[in-house]
Design a protein around this ligand. Structure first.
Ligand SMILES: [Fe+2]
Length: 383
């Protein structure tokens, strides 16, 4: 905390509180390399960070390299079907072992072919027979492992040795989303892309209704009615429900492509969308027939790696014309995000100005303000 200028710390204090009283985050939080480094330490190397859906790793050997707080990690489903998070760094001379994603029986470093089992044990290393005590050393040269938790079909990782209790961290998240049966949804799409803006900007726009009539005037704005107030919840998340005209998952012109409603939903919940931001980096929309969500991974202050994920109840895969119908959902999600991205990139350019001010929130941005409060608390070390 002492690493940041006092001006910025004062600004963060103004972001404490709810939407009616707080100021928006200081622009420097979106552009400063020092803030970025502190975020990596405080928000990504401490607490719990989202890794998306657990069915991204379906079979033993499925792996994906991720960067969490500047730390290379490989997430892999081992031979027993257990999901593991291992340090993605070779015990020999510290090469990153795997890049991207795929399926492998072993994790083999491409540099000198040191080879690890899917649980991180060093299995083999060529031309090491003459090195003193190497065989007995091998047990200590395994890959470090990190804590993983799976809740409601989501995977969370913590790089802390003694992380906070994950159920306390999530608080009311399960209860708030109970009727959507999130743990039973199956992923039908995961699409990766990058955006030239700060990761928080991308997360914020997904969680507010304020911009809909301006950025989405000819696409999705007419789907949404005035939302409810933001829910009062415990846990590292913000959530807000709003009614929609027809489904929130389709453009109005495609409403004949509607998929079956989730079986657990009744009443108002079946007639709208709940938008949830699981802090710091996962944004979830639960509609009546589908869940669509974004994972974001900061890649410097001005660049964000994003993944769009869509999931539906397993039974929906069997409905007649499923492919055509789900494609209409994808189209609606892509249209919306393609309208958001230029605005986010324009916002990021403005945030670099030394004249950028800390603004105020509308009542249509309660989740953005709740994140701002949580963020300021963590950076100011108030919790
Ligand atoms: Fe938007």
């Amino acid at each position: 905390m002492s690493r940041l200028p006092s001006e910025l710390l004062d600004g963060l204090r103004l972001s404490l509180g709810d939407w009616s009283t707080a100021r928006t985050l200081p622009a420097g939080c979106y552009t400063s390399a020092d803030v970025y480094d502190l975020e990596q330490e405080v928000l990504f190397r401490r607490g719990w960070v989202g890794l998306g859906r657990s069915d991204r790793w379906k079979k033993p050997g499925d792996y994906a390299a991720v960067d969490i707080g500047g730390t290379p990690v490989v997430v892999v489903r081992d031979g027993e079907g257990e999901l593991r998070a291992l340090a993605n760094v070779c015990s020999h001379r510290s090469s990153q072992i795997v890049v991207g994603q795929g399926n492998a029986e072993r994790l083999r470093c491409p540099f000198h072919y040191w080879t690890y089992d899917l649980d991180g044990r060093l299995m083999a290393a060529p031309s090491m027979g003459r090195t003193e005590h190497f065989k007995s050393d091998m047990a200590q040269l395994c890959l470090a492992s990190y804590r993983l938790a799976e809740r409601h079909g989501f995977v969370l990782i913590s790089l802390e040795d003694e992380p906070p209790d994950v159920d306390e961290w999530l608080g009311d998240l399960g209860a708030t989303h109970q009727d959507w049966l999130l743990g039973e949804l199956v992923t039908t799409r995961r699409r990766e892309f990058t955006v030239d803006c700060n990761w928080k900007g991308f997360a914020e726009v997904f969680n507010e209704y304020y911009h809909l009539p301006y950025v989405h005037s000819s696409s999705i704005d007419d789907i949404y009615r005035q939302p409810d107030d933001g829910d009062v919840v415990d846990g590292a998340f913000a959530t807000q429900f709003g009614l929609t005209d027809g489904t929130g998952g389709l453009l109005a012109s495609e409403s004949d492509k509607v998929l079956p409603r989730m079986s657990g939903l009744t009443g108002r919940q079946a007639q709208g969308v709940r938008y949830t931001w699981l802090f710091p980096n996962v944004m979830i929309a639960t509609g009546a027939e589908a869940m669509w969500m974004y994972e974001v991974y900061p890649d410097g202050p001005g660049r964000t790696k994003c993944a769009q994920v869509v999931a539906v109840p397993a039974a929906s895969l069997n409905v007649a014309g499923f492919e055509e119908k789900i494609n209409a959902y994808y189209q609606r999600f892509d249209v919306a995000i393609d309208e958001d991205i230029p605005v986010l990139e324009q916002q990021f350019l403005g945030q670099k100005s030394p004249e950028a001010k800390q603004g105020r929130y509308s009542h249509l941005e309660p989740s953005v303000a709740r994140f701002g409060d949580w963020y300021a608390r963590r950076l100011l070390n108030l919790q």
